[in-house]
Design a protein around this ligand. Structure first.
Ligand code: MG
Length: 360
C-alpha cells in the first residue's frame, strides 16, 4: 500500500548549446517523484521539460495527483493511471498532464520491477539486452558543415551506426549542402537522419524531401506541425524517405491516428510526453501491429530498457540527460546502448546532486 508520494523539481543545466529550427534547449527541468509503500519499498520515477512548464507539472502533481495515490496498491498501475487521467480531465489530453502522469507511472514501474527482481527491459517484454545508438549531440542547427562532418566522423569512428542532423535553414540548398557534406564524409554505410522540428509547411517539406532523397536518409523527423496528420500523410505519400513523428504526441490515440493514416513509418514515442511506461508500451505494440519501428525521442537512460523490451525497437537517441543527477552513466559498447541489468529502472540516482539542483 502506498503511504507517501512526493515530487521535486530540479533544473539540470544543458551540457552543450542545443538548437533546432524552432527552439533552443534552455535547461532540463527534471521532475522526480518518489513513492513509498508500507513495506518500506521506494520507487522513483521522473519526467522532464526542455525549459518551460516544469513548475506547472510539479503543481499538478502536488495539488491534484499525489494525494490520490495514498492507500492505493502500487501494483495496480493501470487502475491508478486511469484514475489520475480521469481526475485531470479538465486539462487532459495535454502535455502538462502527460508529463505529470509519467513521473508517477515510471515510479510505479520502478517499484514493480524492484519487487519482481527484474530489470525493466526484461519485465516489460525482454527482447534483447542492447540496442543501436545514434547521435544527435553533434547535429544541432547552429553548427557549421565542418562541425557536422567532424561530429559524424567521430561517432562513426566510435562504431555508432548513425547520426541525426537538424534541418530547417532558410534556404533548402543550405540544408542540402550540409547533408551532402556529411554523406560524402561518412560514406554510404552510415545512417543519416534529419529533423525539422515542425518548422516547415507541407509544400515546403515535400520540396525539401525531394531534394534530400539523393542523400539517402534514414528518416525525416517532424517535418511539419505534429497535429497535422493529413500533412504528414501527404508528405509520406510523396517521398521515399521514412517519416518520423512522436515526440510531440501526448496520447495513445494520437499514435493510432498517425498509424491508421499511414502518415508515419517511424514512431518516436517519448515515455515522458505520452504519460509513462504504461501508455508507451501500448503505442509500441500498436506500431508493431502496423509493422512500424519504434525509435523513441530523448530520455536515453530510460528508453534503452524500453526499446530493448520490444521486438520492433530500432534506435535509441544519444543525448545525455541525467548525467548531472546520476552516479553511473548509461553503458555504451560497439555502437549500442546496453540495458541496465539491475532490478528496477536501472537509473543510479545521486541524491546529493538532486538536492543541489533542486529548485522546488
Ligand atoms: Mg526531434
Amino acid at each position: 500500500m502506498i503511504i507517501q508520494a512526493t515530487a521535486v523539481l530540479a533544473d539540470v543545466p544543458v551540457e552543450t548549446l542545443r538548437t533546432d529550427a524552432i527552439q533552443t534547449f534552455l535547461k532540463q527541468e527534471t521532475i522526480v517523484v518518489d513513492i513509498v509503500t508500507d513495506d518500506g519499498a521506494v520507487g522513483r520515477g521522473y519526467s522532464y521539460t526542455i525549459g518551460t512548464g516544469g513548475t506547472a507539472v510539479l503543481a499538478l502533481l502536488r495539488d491534484n495527483l499525489l494525494d490520490r495515490l495514498i492507500g492505493r496498491d502500487s501494483r495496480d498501475i493501470e487502475a491508478i493511471w486511469r484514475d489520475l487521467l480521469f481526475s485531470t480531465r479538465a486539462t487532459a489530453v495535454g502535455a502538462i498532464t502527460s508529463l505529470a502522469l509519467a513521473a508517477v507511472d515510471t515510479a510505479l514501474w520502478d517499484l514493480r520491477a524492484l519487487r519482481a527482481g527484474l530489470p525493466l527491459w526484461r519485465l516489460a517484454g525482454g527482447f534483447r539486452d542492447r540496442v543501436p545508438l545514434y547521435d544527435t549531440e553533434g547535429g544541432w542547427l547552429h553548427l557549421s558543415s565542418d562541425e557536422l562532418v567532424k561530429g559524424a566522423l567521430a561517432s562513426k569512428k566510435a562504431g555508432w551506426p548513425g547520426v541525426k542532423l537538424k534541418v530547417g535553414k532558410p534556404r533548402p540548398g543550405e540544408d542540402l549542402e550540409r547533408l551532402a557534406a556529411v554523406r560524402a564524409a561518412v560514406g554510404d554505410d552510415h545512417d543519416i537522419m534529419v529533423d525539422a522540428n515542425q518548422a516547415l509547411t507541407t509544400a515546403e517539406a515535400i520540396r525539401r524531401a525531394k531534394l534530400f532523397e539523393q542523400v539517402g536518409l534514414g528518416w525525416f523527423e517532424e517535418p511539419v506541425p505534429a497535429d497535422d496528420i493529413s500533412g504528414h500523410a501527404a508528405l509520406a505519400a510523396a517521398t521515399s524517405i521514412p517519416i518520423a513523428v512522436g515526440e510531440s504526441l501526448y496520447s495513445i490515440s494520437h499514435f493510432r491516428e498517425y498509424l491508421a493514416a499511414r502518415a508515419a513509418s517511424v514512431i518516436q514515442v517519448d515515455v515522458a510526453r505520452v504519460g509513462g511506461i504504461t501508455p508507451w508500451l501500448k503505442v509500441a505494440h500498436t506500431a508493431e501491429a502496423f509493422n512500424v519501428v519504434v525509435c523513441p525521442h530523448f530520455l536515453m537512460e530510460l528508453h534503452v530498457s524500453l526499446v530493448a523490451a520490444i521486438p520492433n525497437g530500432g534506435y535509441v537517441e544519444h543525448i545525455p540527460q541525467l548525467r548531472a543527477l546520476t552516479r553511473a552513466e548509461m553503458e555504451i559498447a560497439d555502437g549500442h546502448a546496453i540495458a541496465p541489468q539491475t532490478p528496477g529502472l536501472g537509473i543510479d540516482w545521486n541524491d546529493d546532486a538532486l538536492d543541489d539542483l533542486r529548485v522546488a
